[in-house]
Design a protein around this ligand. Sequence first.
Ligand code: ZN
Length: 247
Amino acid sequence: MIDINTIDLGDNSITYNIIRTNRKTVGISVKPNGLVIVRVPYQLDLDKINTIIYKKRQWITKVIEKNKQVILPDPLKDEIISGNTFLLKNKLITLKIYPIEQKYPKISFSSRVLNIYINKNLSKKERFEKIKQILVKWYKKKALNVIKNRIGKYLKYLDDKPKEIKVRDYKIRWGTCTSDKRLIFNWRIIMAPVDVIDYVIVHELAHIEVPNHSTKFWNKVESLFPDYKKMKEWLKFNGLTLDLRIQ
Ligand SMILES: [Zn+2]
């Protein structure tokens, strides 16, 4: 059971995950992506945990700041091979690569296995680039399908509908709602847990009615997805991990 809590430090705040375990002491760790994890004994109450975090605030902030300067390395170095695993809706999918005579690649997906059939005469570099390209194309298509499927659940509560739904390659954002009510999503969101995908969908849907991030906007988000705060936090801390990386 993981709880998420935030303590306010005036000019900044620390959000942390509390994991209650069968242990006697408190352990704090800061992950490279900024995720703060506090492992505590089952019975320890929140006030005490907060006090401990407060005492350690300088150390935690320092590590988070230090980590911010670390740019996540591109995990796809120079090869993608059969057996490599990637994320889809926060679950792993396995890649299988088959060399074929034909020039044009083919792709199929079932039971969490993504089969890629690719020309056997490509050089190592060409094959790597080609597979990457095929993967991104497949993810984009998948993302659009999933988003279009999931959005229906929320559309029925809205008077104003999106004019169009698209996916594209964004470096730092998860979605946009244009002034003419088109929703564009970052295809990488498809790697996140389904609830996080829903949060991003709801976020952009709410922008159709309220273009800014005012209280009115967040109220709208909450009315469509009451539990949105946890997903927002998840994305804040794990967003950077959602990329074409071998898991
Ligand atoms: Zn927004």
